[in-house]
Write a protein that binds this ligand. Structure first.
Ligand SMILES: *Cc1c(COP(=O)(O)O)cnc(C)c1O
Length: 413
């Protein structure tokens, strides 16, 4: 079900070869879901690099604008390649509708500002991606939208923070960088009981490992820049929600304010979706192995990986995520100096603040992604000076383990 002015994804052979089926498993949906073939019958998804669309006559143009004739008008409003990507992601997520955006931050902003207005209030878990925290803590209040930041793992704090004007709950799980979990089912139930919409930033878990809508969330947002592209190439984002929420709020926001995904980037994301299941599976297996490897070093005082039995919320992780994910956080004894020695000794894993790439990447959150927070805010989030965040790629696990052995040995002196 889509609510925008997109033509149905059908070709002459559509009845024989449907482009979606409720019986398909996720892997099949990610290869075939939403495919929209042109009259040439191309095998791969066509890339429609066009700004506009022509009409057969003036009557058709009029009908298109009145939304009586299904079809495209202008790529800021919608584009066939972008539609294919939206449909494929929507089918995977089990959402009624999806709107793609230029970046993950455009998706977060669209989900919030298309719906909220002056006088409303958001409750958000304070362990947030840096720019998400800016949106709720700095940008929203400038427009008279209040915000209360809480410890997302504490259900009582969600309840206590609700005000009569609270309209939205927002959280990410696992969180960046410490991989803290929020109990999606429990928090969304609190929201629902109070007429509040819950928005889940599902980037770290990926759509393969966590289904927020099935657990009661109203809206899911992605930075498709991360695992969905998966090879560090293009920026993109998506908002998934009910047909009503997308048509009433998000569609107009994207159409009128313009954070639209480019068709080229949508095509790259479509290619990413095809291989998402095998990449996530491989990365989870490698990450589980690397987390155990890291934990064996004396200098490592703490490993935070949702797939390990010593994760503080291991039971919740097992209930909510069928895999530990590909992010690992760990702490070395010796603070910033030891962490820097470790990072600088790596020869394969590169220092970068990005994540979800085919290449393994490492960052020191206290001096990069979270340097704008003051020391008290960092300690509230458990981000110590010895904390290191690792994004596991597609390299051989043995090569990553060897690189980390060298680095963690070098970190000692
Ligand atoms: C990267 C990221 C974002 C922002 O995505 P962009 O595509 O960089 O705009 C938002 N939330 C989380 C959890 C992220 O990792």
């Amino acid at each position: 079900m889509t609510t925008t002015n997109k033509p149905a994804s059908r070709t002459a052979a559509a009845d024989k070869f449907p482009n979606h089926s409720p019986d398909w498993r996720p892997e099949t949906t990610l290869v075939h879901g939403g495919t929209l073939r042109s009259q040439y019958g191309e095998t791969s998804e066509a890339m429609f690099l066009t700004q506009g669309f022509v009409y057969d006559n003036a009557e058709q143009a009029e009908a298109r604008f009145k939304q009586e004739d299904p079809g495209y008008q202008y790529s800021r409003f919608g584009n066939p390649t972008v539609s294919m990507f939206e449909d494929r992601l929507r089918l995977l997520e089990g959402a009624e509708d999806c709107r793609a955006t230029a970046t993950g931050m455009a998706a977060v902003t669209a989900a919030m500002l298309s719906y909220l207005k002056t006088g409303d209030h958001i409750v958000a878990a304070r362990a947030l991606f840096g720019s998400c925290r800016y949106i709720v803590e700095t940008l929203c209040p400038r427009f008279g939208i209040g915000c209360t930041l809480i410890d997302g793992a504490d259900l009582d704090q969600w309840k206590a923070a609700i005000q009569p004007n609270t309209k939205m709950f927002f959280f990410e799980t696992p969180s960046n960088p410490n991989l803290e979990l929020v109990d999606i089912k429990a928090v969304c139930a609190i929201a629902k009981a109070n007429g509040i919409l819950s928005v889940v930033d599902n980037v770290f878990a990926t759509p393969m490992l966590q289904r927020p809508l099935a657990l009661g969330a109203d809206i899911v947002v992605y930075s498709t820049t991360k695992h969905i592209d998966g090879q560090g190439r293009c920026l993109g984002g998506a908002v998934l929600a009910s047909a009503e929420f997308i048509s009433k709020y998000v569609q107009d926001w994207v159409r009128q304010t313009g954070p639209s995904l480019s068709p080229f980037n949508a095509w790259v994301m479509l290619k990413g979706l095809e291989t998402l299941p095998i990449r996530v599976k491989a990365q989870c297996a490698t990450a589980a192995r690397i987390a155990d490897h890291i934990a064996g070093f004396d200098i490592v005082t703490r490993v935070l990986y949702p797939g390990r039995a010593d994760h503080p919320q291991a039971a919740l992780a097992a209930a909510q995520m069928p895999g530990g994910g590909q992010m690992i956080a760990f702490e070395v004894d010796g603070g910033k100096a030891a962490a820097f020695r470790a990072l600088n000794a790596l020869r394969l894993i590169r220092i970068s603040n990005n994540l979800g790439d085919a290449k393994s990447l490492v960052t020191h959150p206290a001096t990069t992604t979270h340097f704008k927070l003051n020391a008290a805010q960092r300690s509230e989030l458990g981000i110590s000076d010895g904390m290191i965040r690792l994004s596991i790629g597609l390299e051989a696990a043995d090569d990553l383990a060897d690189d980390l052995t060298v680095a963690l040995t070098a970190a000692r002196n």
